[in-house]
Design a protein around this ligand. Structure first.
Ligand SMILES: *Cc1c(COP(=O)(O)O)cnc(C)c1O
Length: 335
């Protein structure tokens, strides 16, 4: 089976499972789980933030960030296609009474600063109070330019907005740029990082920020049902992921490039080469028969996400040989 639907499909390796089995645990709601505490210290350390909180999912992590930065009747500015707006069930509005202000995202993943500036509401009781700016990096596999992050951060500061990063794949961005992840994360007031995607842990995300912010997020986490007991078992997978699986993301990026180049050589396909920056490849069959191709590949035990364009995501359980086999199968379909 070659599963290119997402990097969320990664399964824990034997070494990771051993670390999980051996993890000392306690009741984390009481603050007693030494492994969860170690993960939270490690994540804060790596991201250069004062504290962090282990949570069951990236969705909860982003929701906690929005609810901790914003009160009822306030709003956050967010990309129209961003996960924190489009793919989290409207949680900020439903559960937080926080209004999203979505804005169109450019092809490179940025929200134009002029549009952000224009969307910040003046102090007038007709309007929700603009409180937070959310970015996402990587976004659709693309890395936000560092200059853009600095400029967006300055704009947020100028308008007294908090600045949150949905950094589900922020390590992919750092590996691609060849920088320390802190060069990215420290620009923000808070950062959410997924452990369960390319980093290969089975469950969990970490939300990072200052101590006061994490204390507030911890309260909301309990209210939302995210207080977990002997969570050290899964936190150990997260520690293993942070200690062993960051640098190897570069292999996923090499494989994605190999995949994109192999597909670009097939006349029947339009491959978005400019978008191939980290571990994702997007392409469209010129005949528009996405699902037919996806079904053919599924018959060969090769899985893709064919929702709009076809999305392929490389990860630790996809090898260079798998990539070649996949390209071979697509070639065979068209010949
Ligand atoms: C996957 C993802 C999330 C949410 O993570 P879950 O653990 O699936 O809830 C948030 N943001 C981005 C950009 C993601 O890719």
């Amino acid at each position: 089976m070659i599963d290119l639907r997402s990097d969320t499909v990664t399964k824990p390796t034997d070494a990771m499972r051993e670390a999980m089995a051996a993890a000392p645990v306690g009741d984390d709601v009481w603050g007693d789980d030494p492994t969860v505490n170690r993960l939270e210290d490690l994540a804060a350390d790596i991201t250069g933030m004062a504290a962090s909180l282990f949570v069951p999912s990236g969705t909860m992590s982003n929701l906690l960030a929005i609810m901790s930065h914003c009160q009822r009747g306030e709003e956050y500015i967010v990309g129209q296609d961003a996960h924190t707006y489009k793919y989290e069930g409207g949680g900020a509005a439903v559960l937080g009474s926080v209004q999203p202000q979505p804005l169109e995202v450019e092809k490179d993943g940025t929200i134009p600063l002029a549009k952000i500036r224009a969307a910040i509401k003046p102090d007038d009781f007709h309007f929700a109070i603009t409180k937070l700016l959310c970015l996402e990096n990587t976004i659709g596999g693309k890395v936000l330019p560092m200059d853009y992050i600095h400029e967006a951060g300055a704009l947020a500061k100028e308008h007294h907005l908090k600045f949150h990063l949905d950094g589900a794949r922020v390590f992919n961005a750092a590996v691609k740029l060849g920088c320390d992840v802190q060069d990215i994360t420290r620009q923000f007031d808070s950062v959410s990082v997924c452990l369960s995607k390319g980093l290969g842990a089975p469950v969990g995300s970490v939300l990072c920020g200052d101590r006061e912010f994490i204390k507030t997020a911890r309260r909301w986490r309990k209210m939302l049902g995210g207080g977990m007991r002997q969570a050290g078992i899964i936190a150990a997978g997260g520690i293993y992921a942070l200690e062993h699986n960051i640098d190897r993301l570069a292999e996923d990026h090499v494989n994605a490039r190999r995949l994109a180049e192999g597909l670009a050589a097939i006349d029947a396909l339009d491959v978005d080469m400019a978008g191939v920056q980290t571990n994702m490849v997007f392409f469209r069959p010129k005949d528009g028969r996405h699902q037919d191709l996806a079904d053919y590949l599924a018959g060969k035990d090769m899985l893709v996400d064919a929702a709009k364009a076809i999305r392929l995501v490389t990860h630790m359980q996809v090898t260079a040989d798998d990539i070649d086999a996949f390209i071979g199968a697509v070639n065979a379909y068209y010949s």
